[in-house]
Write a protein that binds this ligand. Structure first.
Ligand code: FAD
Length: 396
């Protein structure tokens, strides 16, 4: 048939929004849409720091894709993409091949380790349901091991590399969880060390300094030991070497210090910067009018020429524009340029605490924590309506 084929790779924030908008906007038989994702569920990445620390169940951070999309309008394929072949307009999956007329790439990011020796091999990262289950179990296991080998206090030392939003949110949760673990395993709290190590001269680089200071004060009171302006030089199974050669012995290193695009994009021959493609104003890859790249895989610059940080917020907005432009392209109508509208940023600092900027105002403490919940509920509403809000929403 000559119905155009649209293939969307990745059902993350960008891919899901693209699919949801397409299913609404396309007329019957106007296009065949296929959504491909590694798992049959979408994960709410912005929640993952909680199940990783063990303060929430991983179930609350995932939603079955079949509950989100209309399978009469969109074909969902659960598979892993292994190669993108732009010359043939084909995508190779682990168990098959798909051809496309229009492609949307939203495969999300991968940890960037900046070539720091040992980090890729020995550190864990917060990126999927599977990875957070591993982190949670690993942390609990260290407490159990310590009880059998009480001279090994290094089992009770936890290192988080990176004090960006993910690192800060994770140490906030873990600092809340540690007292519970100490009670459950009869461990003296003073033996447990939680380090947050950041190479930049400040935590949350670029964020409002007053809020950063507040956040660090809250977390320090909860027992977090900050090492700011201190680089991790090396990571091994026995811990990390930092700054001038100081060794922090630990069996648990969690790296949140960098994110890059997908290797599949580099391998496909696109020009990339750290695995991200600089897209045009319509979100298309250079010299590929039929390929849209969104979310953590795309690179866009603001008016000052600085790259937008990869966030769920921008990925969602790109998904909306991408769907609009696909429909317009199919109908030979003019495309829309993408303009990011920054709604603000809020970071949680564990239970009942947070910091953020929204609606042009600063928020801290309990108000920021509420705001964070509101943003989460809004997202659930956007992708799944009231039923999803009621099933997965956390109101308290
Ligand atoms: P993703 O949401 O990462 O989705 C990519 C999808 O592609 C996934 O479903 C994955 O399984 C799938 N996939 C990957 N490779 C393959 C393959 N080879 N084959 C098939 N499928 C594949 N942003 C905010 O705006 N606010 C926040 O508060 C916030 N908090 C965060 C907290 C944490 C702990 C983390 C890790 C991130 C946070 N972010 C936040 C960033 C945000 O989650 C990302 O920017 C966003 O998820 C990017 O969306 P995406 O659509 O590009 O990719």
């Amino acid at each position: 048939s000559n119905i155009p084929k649209i293939v969307i790779l990745g059902a993350g924030y960008g891919g899901i929004l693209t699919a949801l908008k397409l299913q609404k906007q396309l007329n019957y038989n106007e296009a065949d849409v296929t959504l491909v994702n590694k798992h049959d569920y979408h994960y709410i990445t912005t929640h993952l720091h909680m199940p990783a620390a063990g303060t929430d169940n991983p179930e609350n951070a995932r939603v079955n894709i079949s509950k989100l999309i209309d399978e009469f309008k969109i074909d969902f394929v659960k598979s892993t993409v292994v190669q993108i072949r732009t010359q043939d307009k084909k995508v190779i999956l682990e168990d098959g091949t798909l051809s496309y007329d229009y492609l949307v790439i939203g495969l999300g990011g991968e940890p960037e380790t900046f070539g720091i020796p040992g980090l890729a091999e020995h550190a864990m990262s917060i990126r999927s349901i599977n990875s957070v289950r591993l982190i949670r179990e690993h942390i609990e296991y260290q407490f159990a091991r310590y009880k059998r080998e009480p001279h090994r206090t290094d089992y009770l030392t936890f290192v988080v590399g990176g004090a960006g939003f993910t690192g800060i949110e994770f140490v906030g949760e873990l600092a809340d969880r540690i007292p519970q673990l100490c009670r459950a395993f009869d461990v003296d709290r003073s033996l447990v060390k939680l380090y947050n190590i950041e190479a930049a001269p400040s935590a949350l680089p670029g964020f409002d300094p007053e809020l950063v200071q507040y956040g660090m004060d809250v977390l320090t009171k909860k027992g977090v030991i900050f090492r700011i302006g201190t680089a991790i030089k090396e990571c091994s199974p026995d811990g990390v070497i930092v700054g001038d050669g100081e060794e922090i012995r630990s069996k648990t290193v969690i790296w949140t210090g960098g994110i890059r695009g997908s290797r599949l994009i580099e391998e496909a021959g696109f020009e990339t910067m750290r695995g991200r493609v600089k897209v045009d104003d319509y979100l298309r890859a250079p010299s590929h009018e039929n390929i849209y790249i969104i979310g953590d895989n795309s690179l866009m610059f603001n008016e000052e020429g600085r790259p937008y940080p990869p966030t769920a917020q921008i990925a969602m907005q790109q998904g909306v524009t991408c769907a609009h432009n696909l429909v317009a392209a199919i109908r030979s109508q003019p495309l829309k340029t993408f303009a990011f509208s920054n709604k603000g940023t809020v970071a949680s600092l564990g239970k009942g605490e947070g910091i953020g900027v929204a609606f042009g105002k600063k928020y801290l403490g309990r108000k920021a924590a509420w705001l964070k919940k509101l943003i989460d509920l809004r997202y659930l509403f956007i992708i799944g309506g009231i039923p999803l809000v009621l099933r997965k929403g956390k109101f308290f």
